[in-house]
Design a protein around this ligand. Structure first.
Ligand code: AMP
Ligand code: GLY
Length: 421
């Protein structure tokens, strides 16, 4: 069984390591992968957004199965194209990936099908948006419609900030066409929970919940990043909250996508906020989260490939999805200066015994050495029976990994730890 994995970050490394646990898995091709993933898969320099290149590669190497992990290729129709040439895939078609690809689509979907979310208005011209802001309450949240590398959300504390954000998106085209339409929505408060799920459009199986740490600095300060660390399960996601989410959000979302003729198959990610009025959807992603995947998959006690194939073949109800009764903590090590500007090309030293717990996000291989090549360089995950132990173990391993300009948050998991206590 040869598998093609599209993508090349820490999330893809976690998916590949998990797939490797199945002895039936033969070759794994990663497009483009990275210098660290190269230890577990054959990496080829085809960009995840080069759909024609991916299809050409697949025709030549004939993998038996494909996993398309990042948002852009999914939104661009990579799964449709691979399916057309006879390769079964894990991931939604373009028509379903629009749930992440367009915020206007996802907000309208939630409104139409009564799925709890922040109140909002969408705009396709600056004049109307600015007029609306004259009386809108602050803080308010401005979102670019399309994909924007996770940077298209601005929380504006004042009306001036809101006006500036709207002008940047719609007039200065800061996010290109992604900002041609925008959503302005109500600011919500409460703990955030990420819930990834497997769904084949008929059945939805939520994975273990997790908590991301999106800000660059300790105490949730500084700029938004792709994610500086995660813990799972998320203590704010109680059984009662989970049951409400299932009834009010998960099942209605799957039904809504079916009703729209956009059946979603793959990993549907629910970004939730547990407000005083109950759980509400902050965002949908059409894919595994990064770095959520790096804590969720290590806790999976079932075979990943078996589940993925069941999703593709629409028989998810038949397979067992089991979770370990443990906690996981992933701490990301970035290059100093991330997410703004940072240097690259420094040698990374990882002790052999730590390597199985490491997911490489941004590293290149040169002359047998691993060199930093990205903002987020790697994540290290520890799995332990108690959250405090998992946090300590992750930091102990991270201390033993060396590279110049290593930067990480020192407080990953502390908020969750307080909630557990
Ligand atoms: P996103 O890029 O959609 O993941 O949004 C980034 C972050 O912005 C989220 O993780 C939330 O912390 C925050 N956010 C998004 N929408 C809202 C909202 N309506 N109210 C409060 N915070 C929000
Ligand atoms: N960690 C958030 C995301 O993957 O979008």
């Amino acid at each position: 069984m040869d598998i093609l994995v599209v993508g090349g970050g820490g999330r893809e490394h976690a998916i590949i390591k998990k797939l490797r646990e199945n002895p039936e898995v033969g070759r794994i091709y990663a497009l483009p992968g990275n210098g660290g993933i190269a230890a577990d898969a054959e990496c080829y320099p085809v960009k995840a957004t080069d759909i024609a290149g991916i299809v050409a590669f697949a025709k030549e190497h004939k993998p038996d199965y494909a996993v398309v992990a990042p948002d852009d290729p999914l939104v661009m129709g990579c799964v449709d194209e691979l399916t057309n040439i006879g390769i079964p895939c894990f991931g939604p078609t373009a028509s379903a990936a629009v749930i992440e690809g367009s915020k206007v689509f996802s907000k309208d979907l939630m409104k139409k099908y009564d799925i709890p979310t922040a109140r909002y208005q969408s705009f396709d011209n600056v004049k109307d948006a600015l007029y609306y802001l004259e009386t809108a309450p602050v803080p308010t949240v401005i979102k670019a419609d399309g994909l924007a590398l996770g940077k298209g959300v601005i929380i504006a504390e004042t009306r001036e900030e809101a006006v500036a954000a709207v002008r940047e998106m719609m007039e200065d085209h800061k996010f290109g066409q992604s900002g041609d339409r925008i959503v302005i929505e109500e600011f919500l408060e409460g703990p955030e929970v990420s819930v990834l799920s497997f769904t084949d459009g008929k059945t939805i199986v939520p994975m273990i919940s997790s908590m991301d740490h999106k800000r660059a600095g300790d105490g949730d300060t500084g700029l938004n990043t792709g994610g500086m660390g995660t813990v799972a399960p998320n203590p704010y996601y109680t059984e009662e909250v989970a049951e409400r989410c299932r009834k009010e959000i998960f099942i209605p979302t799957i039904a809504a996508m079916n009703a729209e003729g956009r059946t979603f198959k793959g990993c549907l990610y629910f970004g939730l906020m547990i407000t005083k009025d109950g759980p509400k959807v902050i965002e949908y992603n059409c894919r595994f989260g990064d770095p959520e995947t790096q804590v969720v998959l290590p806790l999976l006690d079932s075979d990943l490939l078996t589940i993925m194939q069941a999703v593709t073949e629409e028989r998810l109800a038949e397979v067992e999805v089991k979770w370990k009764d443990d906690y996981a903590c992933c701490v990301v090590a970035a290059s100093e200066g991330y997410p703004v500007s940072y240097e690259k090309g420094y040698e990374i030293d990882i002790p052999d015994d730590v390597m199985p717990c490491v997911y490489i996000a941004g590293a290149a291989e040169e002359d047998g050495k691993l060199l930093t090549s990205g903002g987020r360089v790697l994540g290290v995950t520890a799995v332990r029976p108690e959250l405090a132990e998992a946090i300590d173990a992750a930091y102990d391993m991270l201390d033993r990994i060396e590279f110049a300009n290593k930067y990480y948050r020192a407080d990953i998991g502390q908020r969750a730890l307080k909630a557990v206590k």
